[in-house]
Design a protein around this ligand. Structure first.
Ligand code: ADP
Ligand code: MG
Length: 367
């Protein structure tokens, strides 16, 4: 089922009527979520991810704008009649019920043509449990399960109604690192197997990048960029997006463009055609540095961290806006760790320029 968001906006009024402190939690969000895809909704805490999800689910009403499921306008429909499956960060299972009863629960409220008999319900619950691989735990209570297992029950409970859309709000936050990794792969597998259009909310860029067909990056209620994870990483529209994606994060410098040349501090590092003279903020991805005795970017060498196939070189530069620069270099490059400096040439497609005030991207041609 494709999901269309049309100028979706949510304003929360301030509590104090005298001062205007209303919050625009979601601001004019327009996007068509393609049928059968997994979309990662990504951004820092408070940027409007959950509010967007609640509006899609029907738990909150938009201040303005519309939501369509397929061709149907569902903006005024109640949450129950939208047929969405919802999974929250805190699994919210019924503690006194068994796993089976928890999963069965949403089916017992079905009315009219959707009503199922007991055997049909049990069959459906069994199938949903098998999909998330907890069908051997059906008689346990939630307190007798690990966090990961509890979250699977919550996912099974969301899937049992065969929802047209699955909404997941930071579903992995309460799990430890290993389980998080494993469960996110599970979610991807289940999503692919069922083909359910899924929106996955997270503040963790790596999580979103790794499982999403497309990501939506938000900041303060405003969509910044939408695209395939790799495309957004390779081609961020502004400094916020560039900084939000990537581990280690992008390295940021004070720079300027003069006569078609890019300067970082006093180092003339690259030709940049088609950019007017101006001060700029320069972002360089960690993989954008090549150690080079003739390299123009001269950095103070702090040390080298071995990571197996790659090494991470930690260095400094007077124009760096971060305390240290982290560059990821293939381990075949021999770095003289006793040297005081390291010189780099730069890979132009890993170097991004941004307007100093607006922080929007400034595009350049190489040579
Ligand atoms: P996220 O899920 O990205 O962390 P939310 O969607 O929960 O962000 O919140 C977005 C903004 O809206 C925040 O500034 C939050 O404080 C505000 N907000 C969320 N829910 C309410 C509410 N019920 N009343 C007032 N403000 C709210
Ligand atoms: Mg949230």
């Amino acid at each position: 089922m494709k999901v269309v968001l049309q100028n979706l906006t949510k304003v929360f009024p301030g509590r104090n009527k005298k001062v205007n402190e209303e919050v625009v939690a979601v601001n004019d969000f327009t996007f068509t979520i393609p049928d059968g895809k997994l979309i990662g909704l990504l951004g820092p805490s408070g940027c409007g991810k959950s509010t967007t999800l609640y509006m899609i689910s029907g738990l909150q009403k938009p201040t303005s704008g519309k939501i369509f499921f397929g061709d149907d306008d569902v903006t005024e429909l109640s949450a129950e009649s939208r047929g969405v499956g919802l999974v929250f960060q805190n699994y919210a299972l019924y503690p006194h019920m068994t796993v089976r009863q928890n999963i069965l629960f949403p089916l017992q409220n079905l009315r009219g043509k959707d009503k199922l008999n007991k055997n049909e319900m049990l069959e459906r619950a069994q199938k949903a449990a098998a999909l998330v691989q907890i069908d051997n735990l059906m008689d346990r209570k939630p307190s007798e399960l690990s966090g990961g297992q509890q979250q699977r029950v919550a996912i099974a409970r969301a899937l049992v109604k065969m929802p047209s859309v699955l909404l997941l709000d930071e579903p992995l936050s309460n799990l430890d690192a290993r389980l998080r990794l494993q469960t996110r792969e599970e979610i991807r597998r289940i999503q692919k197997e069922t083909g359910i259009t899924t929106i996955f909310v997270t503040h963790d860029q790596e999580e979103a990048m790794s499982i999403s067909d497309m990501i939506v990056v938000m900041k303060l209620g405003l969509v910044q960029q939408i695209g395939r994870p790799q495309d957004v990483y390779d081609d961020p529209v502004n400094l916020f997006v560039a900084k939000f994606l990537g581990t280690p994060p992008i390295n940021v410098f004070d720079g300027r463009v003069e006569n078609g040349r890019l300067y970082i501090g006093e180092d003339e590092v690259m030709k940049v055609k088609g950019v007017e003279d101006q001060p700029v903020t320069v972002g360089i991805r960690p993989e954008g540095f090549t150690p080079d005795s003739k390299g123009r970017l001269v950095c103070g060498l702090n040390g080298v961290e071995i990571m197996g196939r790659d090494v991470s070189v930690v260095s400094t530069h007077p124009a760096s806006l971060n305390p240290v620069i982290r560059s990821i270099i293939n381990a075949d490059n021999k770095i003289d760790t006793s040297a005081e400096t390291v010189k780099y040439s730069l890979k132009p497609h890993k170097v991004f320029l941004f307007n100093k005030e607006t922080e929007t991207r400034i595009y350049f041609e190489v040579k």
